[in-house]
Ligand binder design. Structure first.
Ligand code: GDP
Length: 435
Protein backbone atom coordinates (compact mmCIF):
# COMPACT_ATOMS: atom_id res chain seq x y z
CA UNK A 1 0.00 0.00 0.00
CA UNK A 2 1.30 3.43 -0.96
CA UNK A 3 1.66 6.06 1.76
CA UNK A 4 -0.95 8.75 1.88
CA UNK A 5 0.77 12.06 1.17
CA UNK A 6 -0.02 15.73 1.67
CA UNK A 7 1.46 19.07 0.62
CA UNK A 8 0.52 22.71 0.20
CA UNK A 9 0.02 23.24 -3.54
CA UNK A 10 -0.27 27.03 -3.62
CA UNK A 11 2.49 29.56 -3.06
CA UNK A 12 2.90 30.47 0.61
CA UNK A 13 1.71 33.94 1.54
CA UNK A 14 -1.59 34.24 -0.31
CA UNK A 15 -5.01 34.73 1.29
CA UNK A 16 -5.99 31.10 0.68
CA UNK A 17 -3.75 28.04 0.69
CA UNK A 18 -4.63 24.89 -1.25
CA UNK A 19 -3.54 21.73 0.56
CA UNK A 20 -3.85 18.39 -1.21
CA UNK A 21 -3.92 14.88 0.16
CA UNK A 22 -3.61 11.74 -1.96
CA UNK A 23 -3.66 8.02 -1.18
CA UNK A 24 -5.69 5.10 0.09
CA UNK A 25 -6.31 6.76 3.43
CA UNK A 26 -7.20 10.21 2.10
CA UNK A 27 -10.84 9.84 3.12
CA UNK A 28 -9.69 9.88 6.76
CA UNK A 29 -9.27 13.67 6.49
CA UNK A 30 -12.97 13.61 7.39
CA UNK A 31 -11.91 12.67 10.95
CA UNK A 32 -10.60 16.24 11.28
CA UNK A 33 -13.76 17.88 9.93
CA UNK A 34 -17.07 18.69 11.56
CA UNK A 35 -18.88 17.16 8.56
CA UNK A 36 -18.57 13.87 6.72
CA UNK A 37 -17.70 14.81 3.14
CA UNK A 38 -16.98 11.36 1.69
CA UNK A 39 -20.68 10.73 1.13
CA UNK A 40 -20.89 13.86 -1.03
CA UNK A 41 -17.86 13.50 -3.29
CA UNK A 42 -16.58 16.34 -5.49
CA UNK A 43 -18.60 18.97 -3.64
CA UNK A 44 -16.68 21.91 -2.25
CA UNK A 45 -18.16 22.39 1.20
CA UNK A 46 -17.66 24.82 4.08
CA UNK A 47 -16.21 22.95 7.09
CA UNK A 48 -14.48 23.49 10.40
CA UNK A 49 -11.13 21.73 10.69
CA UNK A 50 -10.36 20.75 14.26
CA UNK A 51 -8.02 18.56 16.25
CA UNK A 52 -8.68 17.27 19.78
CA UNK A 53 -11.71 19.54 19.98
CA UNK A 54 -9.71 22.66 19.14
CA UNK A 55 -10.60 24.70 16.04
CA UNK A 56 -7.65 24.98 13.60
CA UNK A 57 -9.35 26.78 10.71
CA UNK A 58 -12.54 27.31 8.77
CA UNK A 59 -12.01 25.95 5.26
CA UNK A 60 -13.63 24.86 2.04
CA UNK A 61 -12.97 21.17 1.41
CA UNK A 62 -13.84 18.46 -1.09
CA UNK A 63 -13.35 14.70 -1.22
CA UNK A 64 -12.37 13.41 -4.68
CA UNK A 65 -12.70 9.63 -5.02
CA UNK A 66 -10.41 7.50 -7.23
CA UNK A 67 -9.94 6.96 -10.08
CA UNK A 68 -11.09 10.23 -11.68
CA UNK A 69 -8.55 12.41 -9.85
CA UNK A 70 -5.20 13.99 -10.72
CA UNK A 71 -3.21 11.14 -9.16
CA UNK A 72 -5.75 8.40 -9.87
CA UNK A 73 -6.00 7.85 -6.08
CA UNK A 74 -8.51 9.07 -3.51
CA UNK A 75 -7.78 12.74 -2.85
CA UNK A 76 -8.85 15.44 -0.45
CA UNK A 77 -8.48 19.11 -1.20
CA UNK A 78 -8.55 21.72 1.54
CA UNK A 79 -8.69 25.46 0.92
CA UNK A 80 -7.65 26.99 4.22
CA UNK A 81 -6.44 30.46 5.20
CA UNK A 82 -3.02 31.22 3.79
CA UNK A 83 -1.09 32.35 6.88
CA UNK A 84 2.02 30.40 7.82
CA UNK A 85 0.65 29.50 11.28
CA UNK A 86 -2.59 28.12 9.86
CA UNK A 87 -0.83 26.12 7.14
CA UNK A 88 1.59 24.61 9.64
CA UNK A 89 -1.20 23.58 11.98
CA UNK A 90 -3.27 22.04 9.17
CA UNK A 91 -0.22 20.11 7.93
CA UNK A 92 0.53 18.92 11.48
CA UNK A 93 -3.08 17.72 11.83
CA UNK A 94 -2.73 15.75 8.57
CA UNK A 95 0.56 14.31 9.86
CA UNK A 96 -1.28 13.13 13.00
CA UNK A 97 -3.42 10.86 10.78
CA UNK A 98 -0.25 8.96 9.80
CA UNK A 99 0.12 10.71 6.43
CA UNK A 100 3.53 11.97 5.30
CA UNK A 101 4.62 15.14 3.45
CA UNK A 102 4.78 14.63 -0.32
CA UNK A 103 8.17 14.68 -2.04
CA UNK A 104 8.81 17.07 -4.93
CA UNK A 105 6.62 16.08 -7.89
CA UNK A 106 5.14 13.11 -6.07
CA UNK A 107 1.51 13.86 -7.01
CA UNK A 108 2.45 13.99 -10.70
CA UNK A 109 4.70 10.93 -10.38
CA UNK A 110 1.74 9.00 -8.98
CA UNK A 111 -0.44 10.32 -11.82
CA UNK A 112 2.12 8.89 -14.29
CA UNK A 113 2.51 5.56 -12.44
CA UNK A 114 -1.27 5.18 -12.24
CA UNK A 115 -1.60 5.70 -15.99
CA UNK A 116 -3.30 9.13 -15.78
CA UNK A 117 -0.75 10.65 -18.16
CA UNK A 118 2.31 9.60 -20.15
CA UNK A 119 5.75 10.67 -18.97
CA UNK A 120 6.12 13.49 -21.51
CA UNK A 121 2.80 14.96 -20.35
CA UNK A 122 3.89 14.66 -16.72
CA UNK A 123 7.07 16.57 -17.55
CA UNK A 124 4.98 19.25 -19.27
CA UNK A 125 3.30 20.05 -15.96
CA UNK A 126 6.38 21.91 -14.72
CA UNK A 127 6.79 23.60 -18.10
CA UNK A 128 3.24 24.93 -17.81
CA UNK A 129 4.05 26.31 -14.37
CA UNK A 130 7.36 27.83 -15.48
CA UNK A 131 6.32 29.14 -18.92
CA UNK A 132 7.09 32.85 -19.07
CA UNK A 133 5.95 33.68 -22.60
CA UNK A 134 2.72 33.01 -24.48
CA UNK A 135 4.12 30.54 -27.01
CA UNK A 136 6.10 28.61 -24.39
CA UNK A 137 2.87 28.11 -22.50
CA UNK A 138 1.11 26.95 -25.67
CA UNK A 139 3.82 24.33 -26.40
CA UNK A 140 3.71 23.15 -22.78
CA UNK A 141 -0.10 22.89 -22.77
CA UNK A 142 -0.07 20.92 -26.05
CA UNK A 143 2.52 18.57 -24.55
CA UNK A 144 0.30 18.16 -21.49
CA UNK A 145 -2.53 17.21 -23.88
CA UNK A 146 -0.37 14.47 -25.41
CA UNK A 147 1.17 16.16 -28.48
CA UNK A 148 4.60 14.58 -27.84
CA UNK A 149 3.11 11.17 -27.11
CA UNK A 150 1.18 11.24 -30.40
CA UNK A 151 4.31 12.11 -32.39
CA UNK A 152 6.30 9.36 -30.70
CA UNK A 153 3.54 6.80 -31.16
CA UNK A 154 3.48 7.66 -34.87
CA UNK A 155 7.17 6.79 -35.20
CA UNK A 156 6.78 3.72 -33.00
CA UNK A 157 4.05 2.34 -35.21
CA UNK A 158 6.26 2.67 -38.31
CA UNK A 159 9.06 0.85 -36.51
CA UNK A 160 6.78 -1.89 -35.16
CA UNK A 161 5.64 -2.57 -38.73
CA UNK A 162 9.27 -2.79 -39.84
CA UNK A 163 10.08 -5.06 -36.93
CA UNK A 164 7.23 -7.48 -37.60
CA UNK A 165 8.43 -7.73 -41.21
CA UNK A 166 11.94 -8.50 -40.01
CA UNK A 167 10.72 -11.09 -37.51
CA UNK A 168 8.62 -12.82 -40.16
CA UNK A 169 11.61 -12.92 -42.49
CA UNK A 170 13.80 -14.39 -39.78
CA UNK A 171 11.16 -17.08 -39.06
CA UNK A 172 10.53 -17.94 -42.73
CA UNK A 173 13.81 -17.02 -44.36
CA UNK A 174 13.30 -18.42 -47.81
CA UNK A 175 10.04 -16.73 -48.71
CA UNK A 176 10.25 -13.46 -46.91
CA UNK A 177 13.83 -12.42 -46.44
CA UNK A 178 14.36 -10.89 -49.83
CA UNK A 179 11.06 -8.98 -49.73
CA UNK A 180 11.67 -7.69 -46.24
CA UNK A 181 15.16 -6.53 -47.04
CA UNK A 182 13.69 -4.64 -49.98
CA UNK A 183 10.84 -3.05 -48.04
CA UNK A 184 12.84 -2.30 -44.91
CA UNK A 185 14.69 0.80 -46.11
CA UNK A 186 11.43 2.54 -46.89
CA UNK A 187 9.75 2.19 -43.50
CA UNK A 188 13.02 2.97 -41.75
CA UNK A 189 13.49 6.00 -43.97
CA UNK A 190 10.01 7.26 -43.13
CA UNK A 191 10.64 6.87 -39.40
CA UNK A 192 14.05 8.51 -39.75
CA UNK A 193 12.62 11.50 -41.62
CA UNK A 194 9.99 11.98 -38.94
CA UNK A 195 12.61 11.89 -36.18
CA UNK A 196 14.88 14.30 -38.07
CA UNK A 197 12.02 16.77 -38.47
CA UNK A 198 11.15 16.52 -34.80
CA UNK A 199 14.76 17.26 -33.86
CA UNK A 200 14.95 20.24 -36.24
CA UNK A 201 11.70 21.68 -34.90
CA UNK A 202 12.85 21.09 -31.35
CA UNK A 203 15.39 23.88 -31.78
CA UNK A 204 12.44 26.23 -31.82
CA UNK A 205 10.96 24.27 -28.94
CA UNK A 206 14.06 24.77 -26.82
CA UNK A 207 13.89 28.45 -27.62
CA UNK A 208 10.27 28.55 -26.41
CA UNK A 209 11.26 26.92 -23.17
CA UNK A 210 14.57 28.54 -22.34
CA UNK A 211 14.38 31.75 -24.35
CA UNK A 212 16.06 32.81 -27.55
CA UNK A 213 19.57 34.00 -26.73
CA UNK A 214 20.33 37.18 -28.63
CA UNK A 215 23.80 38.67 -28.13
CA UNK A 216 24.37 42.33 -28.99
CA UNK A 217 27.94 42.86 -30.11
CA UNK A 218 29.90 45.92 -31.21
CA UNK A 219 32.69 48.28 -30.23
CA UNK A 220 32.02 50.91 -27.53
CA UNK A 221 29.63 53.76 -28.42
CA UNK A 222 27.90 52.20 -31.42
CA UNK A 223 24.71 52.18 -29.35
CA UNK A 224 24.46 48.63 -27.93
CA UNK A 225 22.99 49.64 -24.57
CA UNK A 226 20.62 52.07 -26.24
CA UNK A 227 19.45 49.33 -28.61
CA UNK A 228 19.02 46.91 -25.77
CA UNK A 229 16.87 49.43 -23.91
CA UNK A 230 14.86 50.19 -27.01
CA UNK A 231 14.20 46.48 -27.59
CA UNK A 232 13.28 45.94 -23.95
CA UNK A 233 11.00 48.96 -24.16
CA UNK A 234 8.88 47.11 -26.70
CA UNK A 235 7.74 44.79 -23.94
CA UNK A 236 8.62 46.61 -20.75
CA UNK A 237 5.69 45.32 -18.75
CA UNK A 238 7.01 41.79 -18.49
CA UNK A 239 10.73 42.50 -18.35
CA UNK A 240 12.53 41.07 -15.37
CA UNK A 241 16.08 42.22 -14.87
CA UNK A 242 18.72 39.71 -13.96
CA UNK A 243 21.96 40.87 -12.44
CA UNK A 244 24.76 40.62 -14.97
CA UNK A 245 27.44 38.08 -14.20
CA UNK A 246 30.03 40.84 -14.51
CA UNK A 247 29.68 44.53 -15.04
CA UNK A 248 30.56 43.83 -18.67
CA UNK A 249 27.73 41.43 -19.38
CA UNK A 250 24.09 42.46 -19.05
CA UNK A 251 21.47 39.78 -19.49
CA UNK A 252 17.76 40.71 -19.56
CA UNK A 253 14.59 38.74 -20.29
CA UNK A 254 11.81 39.93 -22.54
CA UNK A 255 9.62 38.46 -25.27
CA UNK A 256 9.23 39.17 -29.00
CA UNK A 257 5.78 38.31 -30.42
CA UNK A 258 5.18 35.80 -27.63
CA UNK A 259 8.60 34.15 -27.95
CA UNK A 260 10.76 34.42 -24.82
CA UNK A 261 14.05 36.21 -25.45
CA UNK A 262 17.22 36.77 -23.47
CA UNK A 263 19.05 39.88 -24.61
CA UNK A 264 22.72 39.89 -23.77
CA UNK A 265 24.71 43.10 -24.06
CA UNK A 266 28.35 42.09 -24.47
CA UNK A 267 29.86 45.49 -23.80
CA UNK A 268 33.10 43.99 -22.61
CA UNK A 269 34.45 42.50 -25.82
CA UNK A 270 37.67 44.41 -26.43
CA UNK A 271 41.34 44.07 -25.60
CA UNK A 272 41.68 43.40 -21.88
CA UNK A 273 44.25 45.27 -19.78
CA UNK A 274 43.71 43.54 -16.46
CA UNK A 275 42.89 40.02 -15.25
CA UNK A 276 39.38 41.11 -14.15
CA UNK A 277 38.72 42.59 -17.56
CA UNK A 278 40.03 39.47 -19.26
CA UNK A 279 37.46 37.35 -17.38
CA UNK A 280 34.76 39.77 -18.57
CA UNK A 281 35.98 39.45 -22.14
CA UNK A 282 35.98 35.64 -21.92
CA UNK A 283 32.41 35.68 -20.63
CA UNK A 284 31.35 38.00 -23.44
CA UNK A 285 32.96 35.72 -26.03
CA UNK A 286 31.26 32.68 -24.53
CA UNK A 287 27.89 34.51 -24.60
CA UNK A 288 28.44 35.25 -28.28
CA UNK A 289 29.39 31.67 -29.08
CA UNK A 290 26.33 30.20 -27.36
CA UNK A 291 23.89 32.81 -28.71
CA UNK A 292 21.12 31.75 -31.10
CA UNK A 293 21.44 35.04 -32.95
CA UNK A 294 24.27 37.59 -32.86
CA UNK A 295 23.35 41.22 -33.55
CA UNK A 296 26.54 42.92 -34.74
CA UNK A 297 26.06 46.67 -34.30
CA UNK A 298 27.82 49.33 -36.41
CA UNK A 299 27.52 53.09 -36.03
CA UNK A 300 26.18 54.19 -39.42
CA UNK A 301 27.08 57.84 -38.80
CA UNK A 302 30.86 57.30 -38.79
CA UNK A 303 33.24 55.33 -40.99
CA UNK A 304 33.91 51.69 -40.16
CA UNK A 305 36.90 51.28 -37.85
CA UNK A 306 39.50 48.54 -37.61
CA UNK A 307 37.77 47.33 -34.45
CA UNK A 308 34.46 47.03 -36.35
CA UNK A 309 36.21 45.00 -39.01
CA UNK A 310 37.75 42.63 -36.50
CA UNK A 311 34.36 42.00 -34.93
CA UNK A 312 32.72 41.56 -38.35
CA UNK A 313 35.32 38.91 -39.17
CA UNK A 314 34.92 37.16 -35.81
CA UNK A 315 31.13 36.92 -36.09
CA UNK A 316 31.04 36.08 -39.80
CA UNK A 317 30.41 32.34 -39.37
CA UNK A 318 27.64 32.82 -36.81
CA UNK A 319 23.88 33.18 -37.14
CA UNK A 320 24.25 36.91 -37.44
CA UNK A 321 22.45 40.13 -38.29
CA UNK A 322 24.43 43.29 -39.02
CA UNK A 323 22.70 46.39 -37.68
CA UNK A 324 23.44 49.89 -38.92
CA UNK A 325 22.48 51.90 -35.87
CA UNK A 326 21.98 55.69 -35.63
CA UNK A 327 20.31 55.71 -39.05
CA UNK A 328 18.57 58.91 -37.89
CA UNK A 329 21.91 60.69 -38.33
CA UNK A 330 23.76 61.52 -41.55
CA UNK A 331 24.90 58.25 -43.12
CA UNK A 332 28.35 57.08 -43.92
CA UNK A 333 29.15 54.61 -46.67
CA UNK A 334 28.92 51.03 -45.51
CA UNK A 335 30.17 48.29 -47.86
CA UNK A 336 27.17 47.29 -49.99
CA UNK A 337 28.20 43.64 -49.85
CA UNK A 338 27.27 43.62 -46.20
CA UNK A 339 23.64 42.62 -45.77
CA UNK A 340 22.30 44.75 -42.98
CA UNK A 341 19.27 46.25 -41.26
CA UNK A 342 19.05 50.00 -40.68
CA UNK A 343 17.89 50.85 -37.18
CA UNK A 344 17.80 53.73 -34.77
CA UNK A 345 17.80 53.06 -31.06
CA UNK A 346 16.89 56.71 -30.66
CA UNK A 347 13.80 56.94 -32.89
CA UNK A 348 12.81 53.26 -32.91
CA UNK A 349 13.08 53.04 -36.69
CA UNK A 350 13.73 49.51 -38.02
CA UNK A 351 13.17 47.77 -34.68
CA UNK A 352 10.07 45.85 -35.84
CA UNK A 353 11.97 44.66 -38.88
CA UNK A 354 14.85 43.64 -36.62
CA UNK A 355 12.56 41.61 -34.32
CA UNK A 356 11.00 39.80 -37.29
CA UNK A 357 14.45 39.04 -38.71
CA UNK A 358 15.67 37.67 -35.36
CA UNK A 359 12.64 35.38 -35.03
CA UNK A 360 12.96 34.16 -38.63
CA UNK A 361 16.61 33.29 -38.16
CA UNK A 362 16.10 31.52 -34.86
CA UNK A 363 14.44 28.26 -35.91
CA UNK A 364 11.75 26.78 -38.16
CA UNK A 365 8.18 27.35 -37.06
CA UNK A 366 5.40 24.73 -36.83
CA UNK A 367 1.84 25.76 -37.59
CA UNK A 368 0.31 23.91 -34.66
CA UNK A 369 2.85 25.13 -32.08
CA UNK A 370 3.44 21.57 -30.83
CA UNK A 371 7.18 21.51 -30.33
CA UNK A 372 9.37 19.06 -28.50
CA UNK A 373 10.95 21.34 -25.93
CA UNK A 374 12.46 18.99 -23.38
CA UNK A 375 16.24 18.33 -23.49
CA UNK A 376 15.72 14.74 -22.34
CA UNK A 377 13.29 14.08 -25.18
CA UNK A 378 15.62 15.67 -27.72
CA UNK A 379 18.54 13.51 -26.53
CA UNK A 380 16.36 10.40 -26.76
CA UNK A 381 15.37 11.38 -30.31
CA UNK A 382 19.04 11.81 -31.23
CA UNK A 383 19.79 8.30 -29.90
CA UNK A 384 16.78 7.02 -31.86
CA UNK A 385 18.21 8.56 -35.01
CA UNK A 386 21.61 6.91 -34.44
CA UNK A 387 19.95 3.51 -33.98
CA UNK A 388 17.91 3.98 -37.16
CA UNK A 389 21.05 4.87 -39.09
CA UNK A 390 22.69 1.70 -37.73
CA UNK A 391 19.64 -0.32 -38.78
CA UNK A 392 19.82 1.08 -42.30
CA UNK A 393 23.48 0.15 -42.56
CA UNK A 394 22.97 -3.36 -41.14
CA UNK A 395 23.47 -6.11 -43.72
CA UNK A 396 21.89 -8.85 -41.64
CA UNK A 397 18.29 -8.94 -40.50
CA UNK A 398 19.24 -9.91 -36.93
CA UNK A 399 21.35 -6.80 -36.54
CA UNK A 400 18.71 -4.57 -38.10
CA UNK A 401 16.13 -5.99 -35.67
CA UNK A 402 18.37 -5.20 -32.70
CA UNK A 403 18.90 -1.63 -33.92
CA UNK A 404 15.16 -1.08 -34.44
CA UNK A 405 14.51 -2.44 -30.93
CA UNK A 406 17.08 0.01 -29.57
CA UNK A 407 15.32 2.84 -31.39
CA UNK A 408 12.00 1.71 -29.87
CA UNK A 409 13.60 1.66 -26.44
CA UNK A 410 14.71 5.30 -26.79
CA UNK A 411 11.26 6.34 -28.01
CA UNK A 412 9.68 4.50 -25.08
CA UNK A 413 11.86 6.41 -22.65
CA UNK A 414 10.17 9.62 -23.82
CA UNK A 415 6.60 8.54 -23.14
CA UNK A 416 7.60 6.41 -20.16
CA UNK A 417 6.65 2.98 -21.51
CA UNK A 418 10.31 1.95 -21.23
CA UNK A 419 12.04 3.90 -18.49
CA UNK A 420 14.17 3.15 -15.38
CA UNK A 421 13.11 4.10 -11.87
CA UNK A 422 16.27 6.19 -11.50
CA UNK A 423 15.33 8.28 -14.54
CA UNK A 424 11.88 8.84 -13.05
CA UNK A 425 13.42 9.96 -9.76
CA UNK A 426 15.66 12.43 -11.56
CA UNK A 427 12.71 13.86 -13.50
CA UNK A 428 10.39 14.32 -10.55
CA UNK A 429 12.94 15.61 -8.05
CA UNK A 430 13.07 18.80 -10.14
CA UNK A 431 9.36 19.41 -9.60
CA UNK A 432 8.01 21.66 -6.90
CA UNK A 433 6.51 20.10 -3.79
CA UNK A 434 2.73 20.05 -4.06
CA UNK A 435 2.68 19.28 -7.79
P1 GDP B 1 27.40 51.33 -26.34
O1 GDP B 1 28.70 51.74 -25.75
O2 GDP B 1 27.61 50.58 -27.62
O3 GDP B 1 26.51 50.59 -25.39
O4 GDP B 1 26.64 52.67 -26.79
P2 GDP B 1 25.53 53.52 -26.03
O5 GDP B 1 24.22 52.85 -26.10
O6 GDP B 1 26.03 53.90 -24.69
O7 GDP B 1 25.43 54.79 -27.00
C1 GDP B 1 26.53 55.64 -27.25
C2 GDP B 1 26.01 56.98 -27.65
O8 GDP B 1 25.31 56.91 -28.88
C3 GDP B 1 25.03 57.58 -26.63
O9 GDP B 1 25.31 58.96 -26.54
C4 GDP B 1 23.68 57.35 -27.28
O10 GDP B 1 22.74 58.33 -26.89
C5 GDP B 1 24.00 57.45 -28.75
N1 GDP B 1 23.08 56.67 -29.57
C6 GDP B 1 22.80 55.37 -29.45
N2 GDP B 1 21.94 54.99 -30.40
C7 GDP B 1 21.64 56.06 -31.15
C8 GDP B 1 20.80 56.31 -32.31
O11 GDP B 1 20.13 55.42 -32.86
N3 GDP B 1 20.79 57.57 -32.80
C9 GDP B 1 21.50 58.56 -32.24
N4 GDP B 1 21.41 59.75 -32.81
N5 GDP B 1 22.30 58.38 -31.18
C10 GDP B 1 22.36 57.16 -30.63
Amino acid sequence: MEDTIYAPSSAIGGAIAVIRVSGDQARRVSELLNRELTRQPRKLTYVKLQQNGELIDECMAAFLPAPATYTGEDMFELNCHGGMQTIQRVLAALGSLGFRPAEAGEFTKRAFLNGKMDLSAAEAVMDVINADAEKSLKAALLQLQGSVRREIEGVESLLLDALSGIDAAIDYPDEAEADTLLALPESLEQAKCRVETLIAESRRGRVLRDGLRVAIVGRPNVGKSSLMNALLGTDRAIVTAEAGTTRDLIDEKTSFQGVPVRLIDTAGIREADSEAERIGVDRAREAIQTADVVCMVLDASVPITAEDETLLRETAGMTRLVLLNKCDLAQNDIPSTLESIRVSAKTGEGLDELITAILRLAAPERGDGAYITNERHIRALEHTLESLNDAKRADELDCAATDVKNALHYLGSITGTDVDASVLDRIFERFCVGK
